[in-house]
Ligand binder design. Sequence first.
Ligand code: GRF
Length: 228
Amino acid sequence: MNTSLPRVAVLASGRGSNLAALLAAREQGELPVDFVLVGSDKAAAGALRLAEAAGIPTLALDPRSYPDRRAFDLDLFARIAASGAELLVLAGYMRILDGDALRPWVGRMINIHPSLLPKYRGLHTHRRALEAGDHEHGASVHFVTAELDGGPVIAQARLAVETGDDEHRLAQRLLPLEHRLLPAVLRLLASGRLQWDGHAPRFDGQPLPAPLILSDHGLGDPDLPLAE
Ligand code: GRF
């Protein structure tokens, strides 16, 4: 463990491609953080195997071993705190979090969600965007609050919907953008450029009036063109 770097824990329930993107960014020297723990509610999650291969401590907790959501989340967050993590990333973590249990992490916890929030909180975001006839879809990274997928949005990656898109194709085309968006936002948070003032995000000391937008050049001004 390199104790001079910000310490980050990641929670993931599935295959872990967003975790892989974080690890790759770190390997490439683009994300100077120390991953101290990868946790999951699914012992079989691919994300745990990725973490093991990268030499990162892992944690698998089974929600069925706890009397209720709050008990599970309190134990989970206690263990994350014990890992020394200062920041927490939800990278495909598919459980709703208890509002009281998550409170100590507000402002230090981000989530990636596959829609242009505030559109399509919850599940089946690609299908819902197609059914609505949207011309534009995307992904958002937001601070996690007690409101499901409802915390302040920090940054978004936009994608033009194409004629041949179905749910699967749209998800596949969006994923590479997610894989750039999440490390870029974590980098800002870890560097201190992105902060939480108790109610809202601040970027370089200023309120963030609109989400940052991912372009070929990284995160920047919302008026930049669409990512293709
Ligand atoms: C991603 O689409 C993410 O936006 C959503 O869940 C999916 C996780 O994929 N929250 P992976 O496990 O990171 O591959």
